[in-house]
Design a protein around this ligand. Sequence first.
Ligand code: GDP
Ligand code: IMO
Ligand code: MG
Length: 428
Amino acid sequence: MPAIAVLGAQWGDEGKGKATDLLGRRVDYVVKFNGGNNAGHTVVIGDEKYALHLLPSGILTPGVVPVIGNGVVVDPTVLFHEIDDLQARGVDTSRLLVSSNAHLIPSYNRTLDKVAERFLGKRKIGTTGRGIGPTYADKMSRVGIRAQDLFDEKILRQKVEGALEQKNHLLVKVYNRRAVTVDEVVDELLVHAEALRPMIADTALVLDGALRRGEVVLLEGGQATMLDVDHGTYPFVTSSSATAGGACTGAGIAPSSLTHVIGIAKAYITRVGEGPFPTELLDEDGERLRRTGFEFGTTTGRPRRCGWFDVPIARYAQRINGITDLVLTKLDVLTGWDRIPVCVAYDIDGERTTEVPMTQTGFHHAAPVYEFLPGWTEDITGARAIEDLPKNARAYVEFLQQHCNAPISAIGVGPERDQTVVVNDLLA
Ligand code: GDP
Ligand code: IMO
Ligand code: MG
């Protein structure tokens, strides 16, 4: 059995963590391939609730090897906080591997992330302030610091010196902050070197070995298709590749080994941060979705913007990622509405289209065209088979499936692992 990807099909927080955890017992490796501690995955197992940011959700499953891939940006302080927290709760973290090529987030990039946002004013992105954007920018500018650099102090010092030539200009001359010294940055990073050393690996080689032995490798996406730096609502995106192509480069595996691409989509949509969102509800209905869905960010605690399901976006995510199965999450949150609007097209300045707009302007002008489906009132949180769902809930799922070009193979009816209706085996 080869590699499978689990990805967000909307603007994030679709429930990727729960889906990965659900599959965890049947996979051998779980690889985080993009992003960093901007992600927030809540996983509920029995009475325990875990909020993961940097670590792959597979860390919660005994026997799984969790891997932080080369495409991830790692804040070492956060890494060890999360490890310590989990260990204190009895979770075995000893199998964790970290790619020697993963980039590190030095504290100056956290500072730059926050001050850049302040300077942007009303043009801000609404980032998580974790230093993600500046660290990926450094990677592309070839002034990044990688995990492997911690094990050659001379090289580390040279790289920090090179980076600070640029960074201190920005900090002091543009943003009016204090300059940082090479020593303080080197010290800050070296604190973690010895603890990190046993985890560091050529993870692409490890995963190749696993795939050759027929083991199952799950590639877990952070963020989502519409936050992808190439395919999302640029510039209101994150700075990494959250789509299926990014899964391969960010883990270092060949695209031909990917056989399943599982897209996670909420039964409605949420978004955190700025940027266009055609089906956003700015009224009492949005408030109701936020309240019943507990839509507050796992990472920053910000209220999530809420809106109705958007078919053009789901179809776009299917196309960009080659999604083979959809997991529809949080259907339970829609219980109790008389009728549920679904956006099937956009009206853009008088023209109707069923595709995601080609331009940013088009996106900002897109007005949703809704079809209305009848709601249901029955509690569905105990449903485990499709037959357990009321007729109108089944019709809602069927309608989305017909419009999204992919089978809906599982349906979330509550936050817990077993609160899932499995329609098709996701690993078949
Ligand atoms: P991720 O970033 O994609 O992993 O998603 P988050 O964890 O940020 O947000 C999803 C939230 O919804 C979490 O609090 C989950 O526990 C919760 N959740 C996931 N699936 C379901 C579901 O089917 N129903 C309900 N009610 N909650 C769910
Ligand atoms: P998970 O993995 C939702 C958003 C931020 C901001 C934009 C850029 O939990 O789905 P960044 O700090 O990445 O430079 O911020 O991206 N964002 C997310 N929104 N879920 C996430 O992760 C997100 N990670 C980043 O709110 O709009
Ligand atoms: Mg999240």
